[in-house]
Ligand binder design. Structure first.
Ligand SMILES: NC(=O)C1=CN([C@@H]2O[C@H](COP(=O)(O)OP(=O)(O)OC[C@H]3O[C@@H](n4cnc5c(N)ncnc54)[C@H](O)[C@@H]3O)[C@@H](O)[C@H]2O)C=CC1
Ligand SMILES: O=C(O)CCC(=O)C(=O)O
Length: 371
């Protein structure tokens, strides 16, 4: 099983369980050989010192070291965690089980991490957006983007999209929000955010109310922070024509319906942000093989997976005459169902699951222990 570990004040068992289930369908859509998992600690990492974070992570690892493992459950970063967190988990786990780099992904490259993993979720968002826009006869260049969240996913997405000629007109994070209708200078904003721990105070744009970020005028909206941010309170005010779900579960079902009636096209999380777990899979494969890929190979393979994934989702939409979210879930659920039926019944052909291939997937979501 596979999925990230989240450190956030609002983490609770229900959220972790829901995120783990999303991972089950996401890994199936990506067609990589994992079931879903997720872990979390309810804490505010921004208020903890580095040594407190290290102690917290090591104690967490002591409690879950028997649940995780190279062939059972392989954690990775999510909100509030990153390569350093994975390094601590690897080190602590190895005290119990011997040196095991493949037990986590998204670790520092010097400890066996994959080149390209850091940027992978943002790069996957870029490839997914390119594939969607191509369907609509458009390219990234000249489109106006708004991005909520400027952490690992949001910042990499902003950088890669702006390199392709996309105009990032507004960005927000936990510290504030900033807007420039002519397009924000992303390299300068990245430098500012690194130095000041957030986008607040950046002089290359005007400060705006962070609450208005999702309803700012743009062509493409990218939520890349928390879940549930697009809801019935704001859905009818959203002006973008496309929403790319870089965050997990940013749109609630009521908002989905409102947006669908407005004709907004939503690229769902279980496909749009699957670039991260896909390169995590490449990292795990490299660790097991003891062979490191160069960054070009990682990025090319990621492009192949995202392009094929989009084609598979579209195929489902065509077959079932449904939108992209239903198409992606149908694809994921069918792959898991088919693998499940194959394991327990010789009568798989009686189940017309509508999809002829499948990797093996474990449909049982893991729920890591919570401190
Ligand atoms: N890191 C990864 O590889 C993957 C992450 N995701 C999802 O992407 C989203 C972002 O994750 P990361 O970038 O890794 O986390 P991160 O911790 O690196 O960054 C989170 C960003 O969201 C901002 N934020 C937090 N609360 C906010 C609020 N109330 N309003 C506006 N911004 C807020 C933070 O300031 C920060 O800029 C999450 O939903 C995560 O589950 C999905 C797939 C893979
Ligand atoms: O890279 C991974 O294994 C998991 C990434 C993740 O947590 C996610 O896709 O939501």
């Amino acid at each position: 099983m596979k999925g990230g570990i989240r450190y956030h004040p609002e983490v609770d068992p229900d959220e972790v369980n829901a995120l783990a289930q999303l991972m089950t369908w996401k890994t199936a859509v990506a067609n990589i050989p994992y079931g879903g998992a997720k872990g979390g600690i309810g804490c505010n990492p921004g208020e903890l010192s580095v040594s407190e974070l290290e102690r917290l992570t090591r104690v967490f690892t002591q409690k879950i070291h028997d649940l995780i493992g190279i062939h059972t459950d392989v954690p990775a970063p999510d909100m509030g965690t990153g390569p350093q967190t994975m390094a601590w988990i690897l080190d602590e786990y190895s005290k119990f089980h011997g040196y095991s780099p493949a037990v986590v992904t998204g670790k520092p490259v010097d400890l066996g991490g994959s080149l390209g993993r850091d940027a992978a979720t943002g790069r996957g968002v870029l490839f997914a957006t390119e594939a969607l826009l191509k369907e609509h006869g458009k390219t990234i260049s000249g489109q106006r983007f708004v991005i909520q969240g400027f952490g690992n996913v949001g910042a990499w997405a902003a950088q890669l999209i702006s390199e392709q000629g996309g105009k990032i007109v507004a960005v927000s994070d936990i510290t504030g929000a900033i807007k420039n209708t002519k397009g924000l200078d992303i390299p300068s904003l990245l430098k500012h955010a690194n130095e000041h721990k957030g986008v607040k105070g950046f002089h290359g744009g005007d400060p705006i109310d962070p609450k208005s970020i999702l309803v700012e005028d743009c062509d493409i909206l990218i939520p890349a922070a928390l879940g549930g941010v697009i809801n019935r309170e704001n859905a009818s005010d959203i002006k973008s024509k496309f929403i790319i779900e870089a965050a997990n579960h940013p749109t609630d079902p009521e908002a989905d319906e409102i947006l669908s009636k407005k004709g907004v096209v939503i690229l769902p999380d279980i496909f749009a942000n699957s670039g991260g777990v896909t390169v995590s899979y490449f990292e795990w494969v490299q660790n097991i093989q003891g062979f490191m890929w160069d960054e070009e190979k990682v990025n090319n393979e990621l492009r192949n997976y995202m392009t094929r994934g989009f084609k598979d989702v579209k195929e489902m939409c065509k077959t079932h005459n449904c939108d992209l979210r239903m198409g992606a879930f149908t694809l994921g659920v069918n792959r898991v169902a088919r693998a499940t039926v194959l394991r327990v019944s010789s009568e798989v052909e009686r189940f017309d699951l509508g999809y002829p291939r499948g990797f093996y997937h474990c449909p049982i979501p893991r729920w890591q222990s919570l401190l």
